[in-house]
Design a protein around this ligand. Structure first.
Ligand SMILES: *Cc1c(COP(=O)(O)O)cnc(C)c1O
Length: 390
């Protein structure tokens, strides 16, 4: 169980990003946390050791990352996992067969797949509702409900869940509120401060930010929850290796800087797209035309670089995504480089067609992960690709 350092919580966000959780290496004074590439630790005698016995249970590189991300979320305990979905898996292992979960229907496709194809088979029950509709969330709660699972903004429809209102629903139900904060990052949204019990991340995305590792994270404030999650992390064993932890830790150092530029570029491109004659609709919480723009301003400090747009036909969407030169056609998001994707056939192919229809995810929807390149180059790239899309 990794607890944040008290001094770190006294500092502001950008300072935490660079320093939190990290102390100079005691051996040589190395400023950067070493990669402790070891599976085991020598013991001085029976029952006498430095607190480290086996690396599934504890690893100093991993602990530095866990303290760092926990501090960024304003939480007291962090837990790193081998992927975002391994973090989802650990969260759902807090429950027992017969327990009920209310989840947003527009959560990450892999999260939905794990819930319906793994956990439903093992005895958990799920209700999927529109996470933007707090009344629908409350109405789906049953006496067996133990957990509410929210993602905001959602992928790829950019719908928002009112976290403060949902936390009140969870509290009344005696259920945990878990928030997937991958899209907004703690730079722009801190769910624990709004009443959430657990924050979840795919560190693969913005926290690492360089598209060179896969990882997940959970952050909590409550000691009792930390104890149970720490037990599951060690007992189930889906831990990340020290090199991936080191990459993520290197990534979070520039999180504040990167998010600022994702946000500047994202706002500019979203606005530009609204004026383009071939674009039928733009989904971006920072636009005043977004139906929940007022909630976005209340709950988020920035809107980032994720934008979806409606092009009206599958053929046009196909030609567009195949014509960009800087925006690379790829799954994933949150890296310094701009990516373009087609959710219906890529990231959300595992979501049943009926559910895709219900949430408005059409075959002509395109998603952008706007990177930190020069925004004029990005706009020029989108412009030529739209011109060629027919
Ligand atoms: C990618 C992603 C996940 C899953 O994370 P992995 O690291 O790919 O396992 C979960 N939630 C969101 C919002 C994501 O974008």
């Amino acid at each position: 169980m990794t607890e944040v350092l008290k001094d770190d919580l006294a500092r502001r966000f950008a300072t935490r990003a660079v320093h939190a959780g990290q102390v100079p290496d005691p051996l040589a004074g190395a400023v950067m946390t070493p990669i402790y590439q070891t599976s085991t630790y020598v013991q001085d005698g029976l029952g006498r050791h430095k607190g480290y016995e086996y690396a599934r249970t504890r690893n100093p590189t991993r602990e530095a990352l866990e303290r760092n991300v926990a501090a960024l979320e304003g939480g007291r305990h962090g837990f790193a996992f081998g992927s975002g979905l391994a973090a989802v898996d650990a969260v759902l292992k807090l429950l027992s067969a017969g327990d009920h979960v209310v989840s947003g229907e527009n959560v990450y496709g892999g999260t939905h797949r794990q819930m319906t194809h793994v956990w439903a088979r093992l005895g958990l029950a799920f209700a999927f509702v529109d996470g933007a509709d707090t009344d629908a969330i409350a109405a789906a709660v049953t006496p067996e409900t133990r957990l509410l699972f929210a993602e905001t903004p959602t992928n790829p429809m950019m719908g928002l869940c009112d976290l403060r209102a949902t936390a009140e629903v969870a509290q009344r139900a005696g259920a945990l509120l878990v928030v997937d904060n991958t899209f907004a990052t703690p730079c722009f949204q801190r769910p624990l401060e709004l009443g959430a019990d657990i924050v979840l991340h795919s560190t693969t995305k913005y926290l690492n930010g360089h598209s060179d590792m896969v990882g997940g994270m959970l952050v909590v404030n409550r000691d009792d929850l930390a104890e149970r999650i720490g037990f599951i992390q060690n007992a189930s064993g889906a831990v990340p290796g020290p090199f991936d932890c080191w990459l993520a830790l290197r990534g979070t150092k520039t999180l504040a800087l990167r998010m600022r530029q994702h946000d500047v570029n994202g706002r500019r491109i979203a606005e530009w797209l609204t004026h383009h004659p071939k674009v039928q609709r733009v989904y971006y919480p920072g636009l005043p035309s977004h139906p929940q723009h007022e909630l976005a301003c209340r709950q988020m400090k920035g809107f980032g670089g994720m934008i979806s747009l409606e092009l009206g036909s599958l053929e046009r969407a196909r030609r567009f995504v195949e014509r960009t030169r800087i925006f690379a056609l790829a799954e994933s998001l949150g890296g310094v480089e701009s990516l373009i994707g087609h959710p219906a056939t890529m990231t959300h192919a595992s979501v049943p067609q009926t559910l895709r229809d219900k949430m408005g995810l059409s075959d002509s929807l395109v998603r952008l992960s706007v990177g930190i390149e020069d925004v004029e180059d990005l706009i020029a790239d989108l412009d030529q690709a739209l011109a060629g899309a027919g």
